[in-house]
Every structure is written in C-alpha cells, then in structure tokens.
Design a protein around this ligand. Sequence first.
Ligand code: PMP
Length: 346
Amino acid sequence: MNIKRLVKKEVSRLRAYNAKEIPCRIKLDANESPYDFRPALTVAKDISTNRYPDPDAAKLKRLLAGHLGVKEENILQGNGSDELIYYLIATFGGPVLYPVPTFSMYGIIARALGERTVEVPLDAEFDLDADKTLQAIRKEKPKLIFLSSPNNPTGNCFSSGKILKIVEKAAGIVVVDEAYQPFSSEKGFLPLLKDCNNLVIMRTLSKIGLAALRVGFMVAGAEIVAEVNKVRLPFNVNSLSQSIAVAALKDKKRLRNAVKTIMSERDRLFEGMQKIEGVRPFPSEANFILFAVKSPDKVYGALLQKGILVRNINDAVRGCLRVTVGTPEENSAFLKTLAGIIRNAR
Ligand code: PMP
C-alpha cells in the first residue's frame, strides 16, 4: 500500500521537529536550567506503577493555584506547555497569529492541525509591531494569537501596553506564553486575567529545573479551561511527573535560589559578551541570551568543536546564536572560549 498517499496533505508537507541530541561537554542550547531537583526524586518510590495517574492532577493543581493566587478551576495541566499549544489550537482553530521570530511550535502545531498561520514580523527592537498586528487582526480575524513574553529566541519582554491593546482588539483568544517569566523583572499578565476573558497565560516547569518531567500549565477563565479540557487526553501528565513536581515546588527555597543565581549569571554573561569585540549580545529577561556575531555558522561550529553546544538561530534571526545561562563554571568557559574563537578569526 502507498502509505504516503494515505497521509493527510497538511501532515505529509511537514518535517519532523529536529530535537536530536548533539554530544557535547557543556550543553547551553535548550534553555534548560543547569540545576536539577534530585532530592524530589525520592517520592518516586511511593508510586503504584499498576495504577493510572490522577487524571485531574489535583495535588499539583492545588499547589499551583496557591502559588499563583488563582482557583484550581482556572488551571489546566499539560504534558509540557507544548501540549497545551496543541490543545488550544485543537479547541479554537485558526487562523493562528504570532509574531516572528518566536517559539517555532506555534507554527508547527498549527500546520500539523491543518490551520492557517499569520506571521507578523517584530520591529527593529524585537518588540511587537502594534500597527501591523492590529491590521492583521482586522484582516485575518485570528481565533488565536500567541505572544511569547519574554520572547524566545530574542529574550525581551514585549511592551505591556501593546499586548494589552492586542488583547482588547482581538476577536479571539490571546495566549501570553510566560515560559520565561520566572527570570523576568516584569510582573507578567496573571493580574489581568480577571478583567480579560479572552486572555490565557501559559507557564511551564521546564525552565526552572524540571524539563524532564514535561509539566506545563495554562491559567485562564474557568470557561476557557473547561472547553480546552474537552480535548485533553485523560492521563496526560504521568504519576511520576505529578509527584516529583509537587515535591519540587514545595522546595521553594531551592527554586528561588536557582532562579536568582541564573539571573545574576545572565547579567554577568551579558557583560562578559559585551566586552568581546565582534560580539553583540541583546538584553534578556529570560534564561538565555541572543547574540550577533560576524560568522554565526563558523562560531557555532568552533564552539561545538570545543565541546560547547549553543543554538544556531541564523535561520530565524540573521547573524545570531543563542546561549542558555549555565552554571558559573560553564558560563566562564563559554566566555573564554568565545573570546578565543573571535580573536583567532581576525
Ligand atoms: N514556550 C516557549 C516560549 C518555549 O521557549 C518553550 C520551550 N522551548 C515552550 C513553550 C515549551 O515548553 P515545555 O517544555 O513546557 O513544552
């Protein structure tokens, strides 16, 4: 049988997401935290492997609701926030609008589900282009708008005034993806939820040391949560992840210290990169830094040859690479190696 002919047109046109492991000594490519939560793993021994997980993730939701000051009915759990992007698009459909460059999964998932995408370029400061976005909203009437703030891969927060205007003018749902909010000096959009019934906030535990668990969640009005919950697979967050996440989230001191260290290391990394002639880092409110160099492909390859893996963003942001903040030792090694590579290239 010709399998290719059986595949839906929109799927057959796709290419699989390239998340392959590249061997390296220092891994600074995936915006993970360099600090893990090994002590939380001890709860794994209490799990009954023969039973399905709690389909409602009740304990986890109760804890998150308490931390965020919202009700449990305002939270929906995902197998990573990636899954919630999938569920949101499955629930509301397209067109799906997002600025570019941004997190690639909005477009990938929209296309996988056969929905039309509308991409609006960011302005020269990597901020939202409010005029163009509002124009596109009027013309295309997107059912969903995804705004990653802080934005991946640029690292900045979008102007909150512009986000608010978009929420106000949109005829559909606006998702503010706050995956990097813990590292930001800005307040975020949770306080606005009660006034905007078309607003969804997305968060994840992946960037604060728990990427292995695949736990993300969205916060929204109860009506939105109930609708999206209809497309959620019943046991989407497994028992191990639920228990370990609860144990880790209770360890507030460890969480806070890790985030604090990452933020101060980010600022040290930024200053260090600024001092290297031929390297232009962009200010970041996240746990990574976008930076421009003259020959990004060569610098990427030379870093990897020295065992340091960063992300090559040259396709999405011309001339740029993205480095995740690592431990102090990793960051120092990165700075030293980068300076050496640039010096040798002259
Ligand atoms: N949103 C943004 C902006 C991201 O950068 C990422 C991870 N790269 C995600 C969502 C997905 O995170 P998760 O691990 O929760 O699926």
